[in-house]
Design a protein around this ligand. Sequence first.
Ligand SMILES: [Zn+2]
Length: 87
Amino acid sequence: MKTNNKKTASLPGATRLKCPTCGEAAALPASVGCKSPRPFCSTRCADVDLGKWFQGQYSIPVVEAADDTIVNALIAEVEVAAGYREE
Ligand SMILES: [Zn+2]
């Protein structure tokens, strides 16, 4: 008998997640009261990733704001929408 039971299919994303450090399958999600190195495969790979942050190998791009015109325009837009200010 052939059945097509979707409940027995593997969870999408749960098994396909790969360790960003080494590319191996990620550790399983933590159960109650336990820790998991997820999305890494092991605490070693998590430590390697943390080390890269500490060494400045990762960086978050920063948008340089020359002046506050963008912020002031957004504040004005919110105040008009909230009725605090006339347009
Ligand atoms: Zn790994």
